[in-house]
Design a protein around this ligand. Structure first.
Ligand code: GAL
Length: 683
């Protein structure tokens, strides 16, 4: 459904909040003309408009929204209509305090700001159903309505009595009886055995959170509760507007730190099954002072690829900023050209939209200094507006790419549940677990080499990929082990590592060393997992070169595996650190130590050669120039993106045509700083 959403046009626009400007008709009037100037064709309405839509309980006001719908339609635009549950009206919190969230310490929120409602409250569910019903009835058939945006950035958890009751029910359904739960959570430790269901509370900061299995289940429960609330919101919408696609905006995290990774708190692989099209809010820390632009671009690319992979179909960037955010400690503007570059990167990785938060900068309140398309100067002459307009115009020129797919031979496996379990567990190096960040280091090689990668969960089908990279898969079910074996046996190449296959789905350790299916697959046994201080290193010699290790060394013995690299020091000197095992028609590698990027460069370069992974490239790789492709039945498109402040020259190895000029591209391409070229060849 997602691919046909907008009939060969990328969505360009974003959150439009006329509800903030109802007392300023002259501003609202200008917005339409400005939108046309900015090549905006889509607006998201109503995200936080509940108090404007229902100023008093049961008293609805739609006149302003009717007008905006019609106006947007009159300029040929489309509306993504949000349900307003992310920010409830004051009267609702006041009259029905149960709708306000309860924190882990048992304190009830007051109205507060937003995103702090309970997912279980029957009253909140009822009120949400009513407003959603009203919206669907009124706008469901409006010709401008393109899609539903359910709520906003679902997140968080509630510890009220309703949620606790649901938690116990969820556990009863999962475990059936307390004996099974007690075993799964290993509650005999520290005398934690439950003898009655009423004793089972949520994890709390006062102590019970030390039960690892409970913590893991709580996180699963929070995901399920969030999805349940979302599905509840969708019910009237699906009934009244069955043909309008539905999404909700996912998030990334790590902003204002050096990390940028998919949100860890909600299992989006589960959530994605319930949306028609994946969408997410993309706020990488562009132009920061701690890493190169290319390093930021690599992390941003990773998150795009992960969200692409949830459905393996085009997604939407529901929010991004054309300039800066307001919630970093230092809110840096994107330098001239970087908006265009970062937005084209979205499209290159499979987005069918660039949508902003927000269209017009708020006059007051907490996000008044957040970047927007129209600033407080109310001018279409400033740099940001002009860059947005130029970008919108470019999107129109390359619109035939909308809806196209991507082709990938490499998959990285990421598992939300395994990440939760790994982060929770004691022992080893707590700050150095860094599972998603480690996957990004593997990913970096492929990004720098312009080899496209999917990031899948183990439940997805990975049988068709030439290379599957599954390091640090700490929690592994028997099914996942079987799938990895089948994949390799059938001819696949698998990468595994330290911290793999240690616990089952309830976080109980596998007894007797590495579980048998993995032992056969990898041809090794794991004897110990040694943790290093940050000042401590070992060395591994691989292909005749030494590589420094850090953080973790699995101490292993090779059974059937061939040893490709050995540790050079410490009590495990001379033992295997890198192994390769032939398994059926395929090969399974084990990386026992955590290494730096230089090792990945060497290791994956050999594999890429062996598996001919780089054959589809159109140019020799340059680590600061990223090339990503999209494919239609007729054409293969490439976005050539210069993520550096300097001019870059590329030697093409295939003949391509510039999509915007329709001219053949000469074999040597020079890119200005931050420049993006969009090229294609006919299939
Ligand atoms: C998003 C949120 C928007 C706005 C934006 C600012 O996370 O959905 O409503 O707050 O951040 O960057």
């Amino acid at each position: 459904m997602g691919n046909q959403l907008f009939d060969q046009q990328f969505m360009h626009g974003g959150d439009y909040n006329p509800d903030q400007w109802l007392a300023y008709p002259e501003i609202l009037q200008k917005d339409l003309a400005y939108m046309q100037q900015a090549h905006v064709n889509t607006v998201t309405l109503g995200v936080f408009a509940w108090s404007a839509l229902e100023p008093q309980e049961g008293v609805y006001r739609f006149d302003w929204l009717d007008r905006v719908f019609d106006q947007i339609h009159s300029i040929g635009g489309k509306v993504i209509l949000a349900t307003p549950s992310g920010g409830r009206p004051q009267w609702l919190s006041q009259k029905y305090p149960e709708v306000n969230r309860t924190n882990a310490q048992g304190q009830k929120h007051s109205h507060g700001f937003r995103h702090n409602h309970c997912y279980s409250s029957p009253i909140y569910r009822e009120k949400v159903t009513q407003i959603n019903q009203q919206l669907a009835k009124r706008y469901g058939k409006h010709p401008a309505l393109a899609m539903w945006h359910i709520s906003n950035e679902y997140s968080g958890e509630c510890f009220c009595s309703y949620c606790q009751e649901n938690w116990r029910r969820w556990l009863q359904k999962k475990y059936g009886d307390l004996a099974t739960l007690n075993h799964a959570w290993w509650t005999s430790f520290w005398s934690g055995t439950y003898s009655d269901w009423s004793q089972v509370l949520p994890p709390s900061p006062l102590g019970e959170h030390k039960v690892h299995g409970m913590d893991l289940d709580w996180k699963r429960f929070v995901t399920d509760r969030t999805i349940d609330f979302y599905l509840h919101e969708c019910t009237p919408i699906r009934q009244l507007t069955p043909d309008i696609p539905v999404t909700t905006n996912f998030m990334a995290e790590g902003h204002a730190t050096q990390d940028f990774i998919p949100l860890e708190g909600i299992d989006y692989s589960k959530f994605a099954r319930h949306v028609d099209i994946v969408s997410w809010d993309s706020y990488p820390d562009w132009n920061n002072n701690f890493e190169s632009l290319a390093a930021t671009a690599m992390k941003s690319a990773y998150v795009h690829d992960q969200y692409w992979s949830l459905k393996k179909q085009p997604f939407l960037v529901m929010e991004c900023t054309p300039s800066f955010v307001n919630w970093h400690s230092i809110n840096k503007a994107k330098k001239p050209g970087v908006h265009q570059l970062s937005a084209m990167q979205q499209i290159a990785h499979g987005s069918d939209s660039t949508l902003y938060f927000q269209w017009r900068q708020s006059r007051g309140n907490s996000e008044k200094f957040h970047g927007a398309v129209v600033g407080h100067d109310d001018s279409t002459e400033n740099r940001v507006f002009k860059e947005v307009a130029a970008y919108g115009k470019r999107l129109e020129k390359i619109k035939e790419i909308q809806g196209t797919t991507r082709k990938k031979a490499v998959a990285i496996l990421f598992d939300w549940e395994s990440n939760w379990a790994l982060k929770r567990g004691g022992g080893f190096g707590r700050p150095t677990r860094r599972y998603p960040q480690t996957l990004q280091e593997h990913y970096r090689y492929f990004w720098e080499q312009d080899i496209a990668v999917d990031i899948l969960t183990p439940e997805q089908d990975f049988s068709d990929y030439q290379l599957v990279i599954a390091p640090m898969l700490y929690l592994m079910t028997a099914e996942t082990m079987a799938k990895l074996c089948q994949y390799t046996e059938a001819g696949g190449t698998l990468i595994s590592s330290y911290f793999s296959g240690m616990v089952n789905e309830t976080d109980l350790l596998y007894l007797g060393g590495l579980p048998q299916p993995l032992r056969g697959l990898l041809g090794i046994n794991v004897l110990e997992l040694e943790t290093l201080f940050d000042t401590e290193h070992n060395q591994v010699v691989f292909q005749g070169q030494p590589f420094e290790t850090r953080d973790y060394s699995a101490i292993i013995e090779a059974e059937t595996a061939e040893v490709l690299g050995e540790y050079q020091a410490d009590f495990y000197q001379g033992t295997p650190a890198i192994t390769k095992n032939a398994f059926g028609a395929g090969t399974a590698y084990y990386l026992a130590a955590r290494t730096n990027y230089d090792f990945f460069e060497q290791f994956y370069a050999s594999l890429a050669r062996e598996l001919s992974l780089a054959e589809e490239r159109i140019a020799h790789a340059n680590p600061e120039v990223s090339i990503q492709g999209r494919i239609s039945p007729e054409r293969t498109y490439f976005f050539i993106m210069n993520f550096s402040e300097k001019e870059q020259t590329l030697d093409l190895i295939k003949e391509v045509v510039d999509l915007e000029t329709n001219q053949a591209v000469p074999p040597t391409v020079t890119l200005a700083p931050y420049e993006v070229r969009v090229v294609y060849f006919n299939n």
